[in-house]
Design a binder for this molecule. Sequence first.
Ligand code: GCB
Length: 615
Amino acid sequence: FRSWHSLLAALLLALSFGPSVQAQSGLIQNAAARRVLSLNGSWNYIIDPYENGFYDYRREAFDQSKSGKGGYYDNQKPSNAQEPELIEYDFDHSAALQVPGDWNSQDPKLLYYEGTIWYKRNFKLTPTAGKRYFLYFGAINYEAHIYLNGKKLGMHRGGFTPIQFEVTGKLDPSGDNFVVVKADNTRHADAVPTINTDWWNYGGITRDVFIAEAPGTFIKDYKVQLAKNDPSTLMGYVQLNGAGRAGQTVTLNIAEAGLKQTLKTDTAGRATFRFPAKKLSLWSPQNPRRYVVSLASGSDVVQDKIGFRTIQTKGQDILLNGKSTFLRGISIHDENPLIPGRARGEGDLRMLLTWAKELGCNYVRLAHYPHNEIMLRLADEMGLLVWAEVPVYWTIAWENAATYQNAEAQLSDLISMGKNRASIVVWSVGNETPLGDPRLKFMTSLVKKARSLDDTRLVAAALEVHRTPDDVMHVDDPLGEYLDLTSFNEYAGWYWGGAPSEITKYKFDIKYNKPVMISEFGGDALAGYHGDANTRWSEEYQEALYVNQLKMLGTIPGLRGMTPWILTDFRATRRQHPVYQNGFNRKGLISNTGTKKKAFYVLQEYYRQQAVKYG
Ligand code: GCB
């Protein structure tokens, strides 16, 4: 009996949770450019550490019960029934959180909260016959159960990638609708990321929410890019979705380049193309030229601004549009320290990239997880190359199949979201993962997946070094064999190696003949705290560390770029020192109040020289 029971339970679980955890290959490209109803703003919320709104007192999930009812997603209100009902929650009389935004920074009692919070928002939308509707969340950290008008749409795991559900036919014809989200940022050993990270575990609906409208058959996805290593060929596809998708005409128009093509979709609604495009002015940090690309089919039209460039490696060179380039980078978290919590809007993000430009960067590492699509578009606009990453960070559950599926889904969604951005040149499959066979299998599978989804960009990971007593740092991680760049983190002068003045004695032994990209180095400094070059936490210590790191790294013949750690101080729960840290990782070149530390100017000068050398 037991086995029947558990089989049934497993089946039910698979039915209810299975499909929505998979990669959503169906993400709408450029969804925000459609006719949208924004659901940003105030959402009522209920803090639910015991998950009363999800489980009954036998710990059975309400949304798995026969009626599917009983959870907070019913958004129940007292009726005028004869018998007085017992309702122990009330969204409408609960306080509100701003969306987009993490909860931690919006209510002092939520600063360290990890668990479930329910969000509810009413909205008016009278569906038009023949149109289709998609509910879209830029990101919810970490596990989200989403309900519309009391019915479950699905569940999603992963805190940094978009979530989308078709809600055609599920909107109330009266126009009165409500959406409820159960967001749960509990950390799990088998999750991606795992329990241990060096950033704040901000919970909640952290990015934009909207409903996008589209015609019955519409342009759901497209890729318009240069062919691999070929600046004179445009290639890609347009994917229609809807009953009339087969045998349709699609026009692709880049008016500013005098390019117009008429395509025909196959039975699956897909039109692939490849045609010459000789006169395109190529996108680069010096010339972030974007073209208006217009796609039309039937009544549907989408426009995007797309730049075109090639990226490849040759020996130890990184060739951008065929020309050897030095990547003058900096690492960035999705956090602007001038506001509490996660960065929320374009202004916060633009400020980060403006600081990077001021530093002399042509490149940014958007660590350690997918950043906001707005950030990727800003990088296109402002002329910054991008390393984009998934949160396969430190020691995750290498042998757990579901963990791998989760990581692969996040990678697929990142690539789906970013595939038309000229700025993105590197897909990173992880950071500082420990050596071992299960890990190598896991990581090489991700590399393979990235290449199968996009063969026009480089694939990398932030590796580690190991030292021998002869003061040599060895870079020989077997994963390096599969990557396009030899990229690694090293913390000489901070976590090991003595004072900054001593680190120039280190030599490098690098196994691979590939471009070397230092994905991290750095050290903490509390802005305004001064001492000598041996005084930890002082600006002078960090300054000396940068001076000597740059000297030491200069001895690597194949050095073609770096993204020191990090642009700004950021909140990290691990960082406990009451005087110097106070909950901040202080490795920023800019403090949490926006002050530039001394090391900022060291790197700025170095980048000025590199720009002269490489142009
Ligand atoms: C690292 C990690 C980064 C940390 C940094 C540090 O190696 O990749 O996430 O924040 O070191 O400050 O220790």
